[in-house]
Write a protein of this length. Structure first.
Length: 82
């Protein structure tokens, strides 16, 4: 388990290519809140609700549904940091 440091992800993938990498939930939630703070107030509340569903999804299906809704809220922009 790591924090959000992307350079660590690269090194871990090189050294342990078969390992599954997990991110610290606290770091993920903190980063998501910072990103959401930059959004227009018209979608901010909805995006925060979707972020909570993504983080606490109990199944792949729940996660995929929340991810799809999040993409719609962000205008379908695949390059958006969220």
């Amino acid at each position: 388990m790591t924090d959000k440091a992307m350079h660590e992800k690269t090194v871990l993938k090189e050294e342990f290519p078969q390992a599954r990498q997990l991110l610290c939930q606290w770091h993920v939630v903190t980063w998501l809140k910072k990103q959401a703070a930059r959004l227009a107030s018209s979608v901010k509340k909805q995006v925060k609700a979707m972020m909570e569903l993504l983080v606490y999804a109990r199944s792949k299906m729940e996660y995929d549904e929340a991810r799809s809704t999040m993409k719609e809220l962000l205008g379908g922009d695949e390059t958006h940091p969220l």
